[in-house]
Design a protein around this ligand. Sequence first.
Ligand code: BYC
Length: 330
Amino acid sequence: MYGGGNTFESNLANDHLLANEDPALLAAFEARIEAGEKIEPSDWMPALYRKQLVRMIEQHAHSEIIGALPEGTWITRAPGFKRKLAQMAKVQDEVGHAQLLYSAAETLGKSREDMITDLINGKSKYSNIFNYPAFTWADSNVISWLVDAGAIVNQLANSKGSYGPYCRALDRICAEESFHLKYGHDAVVHLATGTKIQRDMVQAALNRWWTPLMHFFGPPDKMSTHTAILVKWKVKMATNDECRQQFLDMYVPKIWELGLTLPDPNLHKDPTTGEWLYTEPDWEEFKRVINGDGPCNAERLAVRRTAEARGKWVREALRNPQAVYVTPLA
Ligand code: BYC
């Protein structure tokens, strides 16, 4: 089970939602999807399509806002003024992506407040990968290059999907992510072509991030709960395994080109099928991390809780501009 709840029960609840739909409306909806039309917020949609989109877009938004934290801690320690400026701009972009995605999810009827509450109470998920620590500057660079690369593979595919507001948010996000990717690549090349200490530092970071990166694309298709219906309704335009394969195909050669290695002796491309073969990453570790028991889960949520508490007076002041606030920070 990968989800926070019981997958069998949640599948039953999903089947029930679908069974209750008006068959004629459902058929018309699926015909629109089949024809490549975009679904907009005011259009009729099955309750399950809405529920799945809220789940996925909300998790994506949380991933952006939590994802800003490991790199954010390196802003003050970035080596040099130019790297500091670029790091700051990137982190700001990630927070902006969260805003776009929360707005897209809100079009489906869940308020931003409820989404944030579910995040800080540990009810909603966010990407596994941001529950690992960025010990060194090289860790931060590996995130900027390879996590953003993985994100682009997934998001470029899904930006051609069926739900208008999510696709438009992804178009904008992908444009910014592609710049992050260039920044991350430049920073990794700098270390990989530098002194022995710099090369060792980037190699150690790569070793640390490889398993979380393989997990990032989600469980293997045969174990995925939601892929089948999301692919059918063109929310996911590529499966977890297809995205993982595309990432390996595009980035393993670039990593090897730098003289860096990957911590999987079985990683190679099958010359006949063109498919990358690898050692399955530890999926038990993945389950633990996405269900709240990773190295940094508690720390990440604690930061968000503090941010939420500190921003309370701003939200209240916006709601009620006449009120006077004398002690903004507790
Ligand atoms: N991490 O049926 P499956 C970024 C969960 S941020 C955590 O395959 P699905 C960046 C899944 O939620 C960009 N949980 O699910 C930011 C489900 O649990 P529930 C992040 C995961 O939805 C700052 C269960 O496992 N990208 O780039 O069909 C700095 C079963 O999985 C993960 C996105 O969010 C995971 N990795 O497919 C730098 C993309 N994988 O909900 C960079 C949008 C699976 O039943 N999301 N789970 O409790 C997606 O494309 C899809 O949701 C996934 C998973 C491919 C991630």
